[in-house]
Ligand binder design. Structure first.
Ligand code: AGP
Length: 614
């Protein structure tokens, strides 16, 4: 979603804030802005621009402003179009208070009406501007920054990470956090405040994460943190993991491509972390061995690609661990009738650990005393802090909006967990568990080999041909159906091509009417002989109707290969890991189509990396 970055110190803030924003631009990028207390005038000055951050950079080059305290923002619109007026920072009526906001103010309309009746003038359609005017009123009444923040938060409903710069207090940055992440980078004689540590990684390796419902008054030397009742808190300063500073493209054309190629190593690192737990695994991930032994049901919660990983893992937990498992969409689950079940293990999956829908479900589960295991890529995330236990994927920073290595590491971690739980419950033997781990690593090799084997065909032939089609159908069965959902999501989000995923068996119940030469059908086969036979029949049904067939098949599936217009073959693997073996090539194929269509692959339109609003 939106990114907020603030700086206070001895250096000039503009370049530092802009660099931080550039690193976080993947989170939201339809307009941007910067404000600082200007060196020369000592007045609060700002620059804003609709469109990409580069437009703001140009504007700042043409008309520079700078100062030792500044804030910046990149926006992903919720209220109001992407325009200069709606871009942050927003100001109060006196133009002496500026602020940036990530989140949604749910009661902004009521507040806006109230403030307008008092004479406040609004210049944007955003919910965020209301915070500036409310703070103006609170500061006028209390004459104290601390008291004004306390008054402000008592009036706001919703989610917010806010950073405020005031003309009257150029020695101060104010940060406020409720349901939207905010962290403080602690430097020597300088401080950063941002929605993500990436903003200041490399500038300082010391960080404090603001807890839920807290605010901070930051000077260049110190950050005083308070809860919403004004009680001073003692916040630990942590050391930032250096892996999160390696964010360059390293010669790749896009982050997405780089991240596709990092998957083997990311899977290896994830498995190696899991193996390092040894006998104390349940202690290490924070879930009691008793719950693991007695679990009767597993419910997996997630959104988008993380949900797809969960849907694939349903088959791992049911077939390897022998526990009934359902993966649910967080945004749907929240609004269904909830039946608390104490022998259910909940697994919340989120690459970022900041997805609002997923976090709200976790909060609801916590309120019912349910046990939640977080599976996330970000150790410092809200999801980790708010869950009973956590298991960390080792994908490293994923900057392309389209998830690739986060997905594969989620699938790998879930497979490992299913096998480890099966061992704990004596459903499989020690030898079988070892074999599962070996096969997992072997599949990571297959994934990478597939990239090498198919890259020329994909880039030089397939992408050029398939980039001309305007709609695709993706089919799979069993675990390859959620994989088809993931492939369709990839194509939609990065290539802007309509794609529909269906369970292959459902084809004859309606969607078969769509089959023609103009809509390629991409069918993901399965190594299981029975499922393969069923998929083969589906492929025949498609060819009988003159459909154009792309097939991802496994060695020996020659009948399917013979039917295909395009066939990509994979070595036979353990049938649970079939999807993992095909993942790299599927992602590369979708990437290459998007590239051939000239799309902005790392920053697709309308999207943001981390969806921190509901
Ligand atoms: C994946 O390519 C998407 N960009 C998106 O579906 C993403 O997986 C979803 O928003 C969930 O994010 P999370 O894993 O960070 O919770």
């Amino acid at each position: 979603m939106c990114s907020v970055v603030g700086y206070i110190g001895q250096r000039q803030s503009c370049a530092l804030v802009m660099e931080g924003l550039a690193r976080l631009e993947y989170r939201g990028y339809d307009s941007s802005g910067f404000a600082c207390v200007d060196n020369e005038t000592r007045r609060l000055m700002s620059a804003k621009s609709a469109g990409r951050l580069s437009q703001l950079v140009t504007r700042l080059q043409e008309k520079p402003i700078d100062g030792t305290v500044g804030v910046g923002h990149t926006r992903w619109s919720t209220h109001g179009v992407a325009s200069e007026a709606n871009a942050h920072p927003h100001f109060d009526c006196t133009k002496k208070i500026s602020l940036v906001h990530n989140g949604i103010i749910e009661n902004y309309l009521t507040l806006k009406k109230e403030l307008e009746a008092e004479g406040h003038v609004f210049l944007s359609q955003t919910d965020s501007e209301v915070i500036a005017h409310l703070f103006e009123r609170a500061f006028e009444q209390t004459k104290s920054c601390k008291k004004a923040v306390m008054q402000l938060v008592s009036q706001l409903h919703g989610a917010y990470a806010v950073v405020i710069v005031m003309e009257e207090h150029p020695e101060l940055l104010i940060g406020i956090r409720k349901s939207s992440p905010l962290c403080i980078g602690v430097g020597d004689g300088e401080m950063f405040i941002a929605s993500d540590v990436l903003a200041f990684a490399g500038k300082t390796d010391r960080v404090s994460f603001l807890p839920e419902k807290t605010f901070t008054l930051v000077t260049k030397d110190k950050a005083a943190v308070y809860d919403f009742d004004g009680q001073l808190l003692d916040l630990p300063v942590e050391k930032l993991d250096s892996v999160w500073t390696a964010t360059e493209k390293q010669g790749h054309e896009h982050y997405m491509l780089k991240e596709i190629y990092e998957q083997k190593s990311a899977i290896y690192k994830t498995v190696s972390l899991c193996q390092s737990f040894g006998e104390s695994v349940w202690n290490s991930i924070g879930i009691s061995a008793d719950l693991i032994k007695n679990t009767k049901r597993i419910k997996i919660i997630g959104c988008g690609t993380s949900w797809h990983a969960g849907r694939i893992a349903e088959f791992f937990f049911e077939e390897i661990t022998r526990i009934p498992t359902t993966a649910v969409l967080a945004s749907e689950f929240r609004y269904r009738t909830f039946f608390p079940e104490l022998d259910t293990l909940y697994i919340a999956i989120s690459q970022s650990g900041e997805t609002a829908d997923t976090l709200e479900v976790v909060r609801m589960l916590n309120a019912h005393g349910q046990k939640v295991l977080a599976l996330t890529n970000v150790a410092s995330s809200t999801l980790v802090r708010e869950s009973e236990g956590f298991l960390l994927t080792q994908a490293g920073p994923e900057l392309a909006v389209a998830s690739t290595k986060a997905f594969t590491t989620q699938v790998a971690a879930l497979y490992w967990l299913a096998a480890r739980m099966a061992l704990e419950r004596t459903v499989i033997s020690d030898g079988q568990f070892k074999q599962c781990q070996e096969e997992l690593l072997m599949t990571a090799n297959i994934l990478e080999n597939g990239l090498d084997a198919y890259k020329y065909q994909i880039f030089e032939k397939l992408a050029l041909f398939y980039s001309n089609f305007s709609a695709f159908i993706f089919l799979g069965r069993h675990s390859t159906y959620p994989f088809a959902l993931e492939a369709a999501l990839k194509l939609k989000e990065i290539a802007y091509v309509f794609a529909q995923a269906y369970p292959a068996g459902e084809l004859k119940h309606g969607p078969i009417a769509l089959i023609d030469e103009k809509t390629p059908v991409c069918l993901f086969s399965h190594p299981d002989p029975l499922i393969y036979q069923k998929l083969l029949s589906n492929a025949q049904e498609i060819k009988a109707r003159k459909g154009h067939l792309i097939v991802f098949a496994f060695e020996g599936q020659t009948e399917l290969q013979a039917l295909a217009d395009t066939c990509l073959m994979f070595p036979a693997v353990n049938s649970h890991l079939a999807v993992l073996s095909m993942t790299g090539v599927m992602q590369l194929f979708m990437y290459a189509i998007a590239r051939a269509r000239g799309c902005d692959i790392d920053r697709p339109r309308n999207l943001a990396k981390s969806v921190t609003v509901e």
